[in-house]
Design a protein around this ligand. Structure first.
Ligand code: UN1
Length: 499
């Protein structure tokens, strides 16, 4: 009998009120049942909201440096448990151990950054236009934050949302992706061990359409942060708009790596292999378009096919594996549908099949796949696939490449390989993305810089770095007039003063 896991509400590990559970299986070995996780209902959520509201009352009055100290401790504990958590993440998510170790490290970096931020949380002090009057702003916590997180970074993305929310003095309710509930359970165990007070962090497992929707619709959760598809994001956006909630969305991408004719080709080759096939292409930042300059197109493509052919598929905990499985059957079906589209829009030059044998039949594997002769504007050139499928597009000068980069509805990351500094700065200026890399792949954002995209990738907010602290706090402006008389702003200082 598989282990039945629990929700974490008000400082207690509790069973779901329905008594229902869902299965969590290894995407590389479907026969490996990891455990049963609560299929929570609105009743469980109501309980979590009550706990989070009462936790908030105490936590918001805890000095921010003391809140930061808890996060620092979390960083220490995550460092100690890094390997164990990474292994659990690979087992339920599928990416290689090297990658899940990076995922946990990103959580550790986020914890230490948050720890220090507890001693900053800067406001502003500015001069008042009136004499003997003081004017300043500071940052107040908001309340209960509802965090809905994806499967592809099962540890890092929950920390991106949770840690800044906590340092700002909010309480949280997190609902992890149903594909990767175990990693977040381990994270919550770490928070508990670090001494987070009861009710401040609550974990409610369940299905997106059930408990995810309930979180978004709950009137006592004023802040929502969601990472996932643009389609779901727009449904969430409608509800939050109607209910006047503060909302941060991180959604799709169709990220391009551009290689100029003056580029260091060895470097560009390593970049695209990692950007397109790392995490089996299941990153919002994954490289799904490779734009090659006419003059190096055939040469780089040939080398790329040679290298991509050799990537080893398998279980991420096995030695020598480069690429893990897709997360579930529906995701593989979507990839297969795009392969059929690709065959009508371009030329299939590598992969395109479900691999068989070598122990791969028990998982959701798919071969690294490359299409050439893809035309800008076509479906393969503009739609997010979220799998190991790369569309190669040819161009003849930088302006054309920038134009192609920009003609999609998404705007997360982009990358340019060149030795020319003028081209590099033009890319920074002209590419419609939240992140542009030069001589590095489209993936690899660092935890202490803002992360997010423009256009339909996001809704104007950023995660990571200093900016996310704005999202999880409200600005309060305070004036103190010690003149001892009524001073009317905009009036007494102009109409009545000698200046
Ligand atoms: C994502 O693509 O879903 O930049 C998140 C990166 C990682 C985070 C990616 N640090 O690739």
């Amino acid at each position: 009998m598989a282990e039945q896991h629990k929700n974490f509400i008000g400082g207690q590990w509790v069973e779901p009120s329905s008594g229902d559970y869902f299965e969590n299986r290894n995407p590389a070995k479907q026969s490996d049942l990891i455990g049963l996780f609560p299929r929570s209902t609105r009743e469980d959520l109501d309980r979590a909201v009550r706990a989070a509201k009462s936790g908030f009352e105490e936590w918001r009055r805890t000095p921010a440096p003391a809140r930061g100290d808890v996060l620092r401790k979390v960083g220490d504990l995550l460092s100690t448990r890094k390997d164990e958590i990474a292994r659990a993440a690979t087992r339920e998510m599928g990416k290689t151990l090297t990658e899940t170790r990076g995922d946990v490290q990103e959580g550790i970096d986020t914890a230490y950054y948050a720890g220090v931020e507890g001693r900053r949380l800067f406001g502003h002090t500015v001069p008042s236009e009136l004499r003997n009057k003081w004017a300043m702003s500071y940052r107040r916590p908001i309340g209960v934050c509802g965090l809905i997180t994806p499967f592809n970074f099962p540890l890092a993305i929950p920390t991106w949302k949770m840690f800044p929310a906590l340092v700002c003095g909010n309480s949280v309710i997190i609902k992890p992706a149903e594909d990767t509930p175990h990693t977040v359970q381990l994270l919550v165990e770490v928070l508990e061990e670090a001494g987070i007070p009861a009710g401040v962090v609550n974990l409610v497992h369940g299905l997106g359409e059930e408990i995810g929707a309930a979180i978004v619709e709950h009137p006592d959760i004023p802040v929502i942060s969601f990472t996932g598809s643009t389609d779901i994001g727009s449904i969430i956006g409608q509800t939050c708009g109607r209910m006047h909630k503060r909302l941060s969305l991180e959604m799709g991408g169709k990220n391009a790596q551009i290689v100029m004719d003056d580029a260091e080709l060895d470097l560009a080759l390593e970049g695209v292999l990692w950007g397109a096939f790392g995490t089996t292409g299941q990153r919002c930042t994954a490289t799904s378009r490779l734009l090659l300059h006419d003059r190096i197109h055939d040469q780089l493509l040939e080398r790329l096919i040679e290298r991509a052919k050799k990537l080893k598929l398998g279980y991420g905990l096995d030695e020598g594996v480069d690429v893990g499985p897709l997360i579930h059957e529906a995701s593989r079906t979507k990839v297969q549908e795009y392969v059929e589209i690709g065959k009508t829009e371009g030329t299939l030059v590598l992969g395109g099949e479900v691999p068989t044998g070598n122990g791969l039949d028990d998982g959701f594997f798919f071969q690294p796949t490359i299409f050439t002769d893809i035309k800008p504007g076509s479906r393969m050139a503009t739609e997010e696939i979220f799998g190991p499928v790369l569309s190669v597009i040819r161009f003849s000068d930088l302006d054309e490449a920038i134009h192609i980069n920009n003609e999609v509805k998404y705007g997360l990351s982009s990358s340019l390989y060149t030795r020319d500094t003028v081209s590099a700065f033009r890319a920074f200026q002209e590419m419609d993305n939240g992140i542009t890399y030069v001589n590095a792949p489209t993936i690899g954002a660092e935890a202490h810089l803002p992360f997010g995209g423009v256009k339909q990738t996001g809704n104007g907010h950023r995660e990571g770095g200093w900016e996310v602290y704005e999202f999880y706090s409200e600005t309060k402006v305070c004036y103190l007039d010690y003149s001892g008389k009524l001073q009317r702003a905009q009036i007494d200082n102009y109409d009545a003063s000698p200046y």
